[in-house]
Design a protein around this ligand. Structure first.
Ligand code: SF4
Length: 388
């Protein structure tokens, strides 16, 4: 008589894996997961964010040829892109794969790059979930850096869990680590920290959707601040993808609401609201690729310096502004070109006093969007404890 072999279901396999590794340390879970035939072909997915370097370091110790998938939404902070290169080189990771939405998909669904304003779930789907799911198709399991302490929505995660987005298993070696464990590991192994951590970002995502976190707040409170959205769609909560509409925008202040953009005339955005351009002096214009070390100009004398942003994904203007402020420039700094409302916090942090936009953008992105951004990110003067 033939013997009947019962193949365990995926939930049963996951329960058995959690049982088997219950008392294991993170590095052991990681090492065994990369060799366990039950988990098949394994990739790591990393945002190269605030804590990522700890797990990336472990991966490099166990097998530096492990595929590491990095989703570049093309909305990331320039600091994240530079940090990704630095960490990969330092750890000797040999197979970092940059995952992006196709230009055709972006052109079709988000040609102006402002989908994050109108429908952040759709934006995350377009720029993260869809490209990542495509990249994961050759794998049976994937490693994440998720931890229980990060947010209430992650309080129950275990080492192994089902991936509701596909027939794969998610591996969370750091699930039980605390924030202190991560910090200790990074210090003890002398690993580089993401530069934005020291600027109040314990969790770092895309620039338009990430703001600094105040003391005592949930570490992920700065992600999609002011909205009920908590996850990007790569991760699910209690097995369900959350589909929550953005919170209602706050009403505009009366005086700003009264401001009417006029076609052909610039609109100036400041902390106080929209205004017409009142500057009548001489403007020093800098391009986004200006090399301050080589430009033969006395910047200190300029009353107003205007820095061009040819595209919202081009962050070089922020760097120029920071360098001017660090060099002691006290005059007025203005960003102009393709700057959107969610970049207002970064503009203020970088030292800009104001942003110049055209009437069309001012109508599409009214003052309440800029105001909400300015409220969660103090200006560079406030951060330095000086009078704005
Ligand atoms: S985090 Fe924001 S900008 Fe990034 S993909 Fe999601 S909605 Fe878009």
């Amino acid at each position: 008589m033939a013997q009947v072999v019962t193949i365990p279901t995926r939930p049963a396999r996951i329960a058995a894996l959690n049982d088997r590794y219950r008392h294991h340390a993170a590095i052991r879970v990681l090492r065994d997961a990369l060799r366990d035939p039950e988990l098949g072909r394994v990739a790591m997915v990393s945002s190269f964010g605030a804590d990522s370097v700890a797990l990336l370091h472990m991966i490099a110790l166990v097998d530096r040829d492990t595929p590491v998938l990095f989703v570049d939404t093309q909305m990331l902070f320039p600091e994240t892109l530079a940090y990704q290169q630095e960490v990969a080189a330092k750890l000797g990771l040999t197979d970092v794969r940059i995952i992006r939405a196709t230009p055709a998909a972006i052109a079709a669904a988000d040609p102006d790059g402002d989908l994050n304003q109108t429908n952040p779930d759709a934006c995350c789907d377009l720029r993260k979930t869809v490209p990542l799911n495509k990249a994961l198709q050759g794998f049976d399991s994937w490693i994440t850096g998720r931890k229980r302490f990060q947010a209430a929505s992650r309080a129950d995660i275990d080492f192994f869990e089902e991936d509701p987005a596909g027939p794969r298993i998610k591996i969370n070696p750091l699930a039980h680590w605390t924030a202190q464990d991560v910090a200790d590991y990074i210090v003890n192994n002398n690993l580089p920290r993401h530069p934005l951590v020291s600027q109040g970002y314990p969790s770092i995502g895309c620039a338009p959707c990430t703001s600094p976190v105040q003391e005592g707040e949930d570490p992920r409170a700065g992600r999609w601040r002011g909205q009920q959205k908590t996850e990007c769609g790569i991760h699910f909560v209690n097995g369900k993808l959350q589909r929550i509409q953005p919170a209602e925008a706050e009403p505009a202040e009366a005086e700003t609401a009264a401001f009417e953009p006029v076609d052909g005339q610039p609109v100036i955005v400041r902390d106080s609201g929209f205004a017409a351009d009142d500057f009548t002096g001489e403007i020093l214009d800098l391009e986004s690729d200006t090399n301050l070390d080589e430009a033969n100009v006395n910047f200190r004398e300029a009353e107003l310096i205007r820095i061009a942003f040819p595209s919202f994904t081009d962050g070089r203007g922020f760097t120029i502004a920071r360098r001017l402020r660090m060099a002691g420039y006290k005059g007025r700094l203005r960003a102009h070109g393709h700057v959107i409302a969610d970049q207002f916090p970064m503009a203020r942090r970088s030292g800009f006093d104001e942003v110049e936009i055209d009437a069309d953008l001012a109508r599409r992105q009214p003052w309440e969007l800029w105001k909400r951004s300015s409220e969660v990110a103090p200006s560079y003067l406030t951060r330095l404890g000086r009078q704005a």
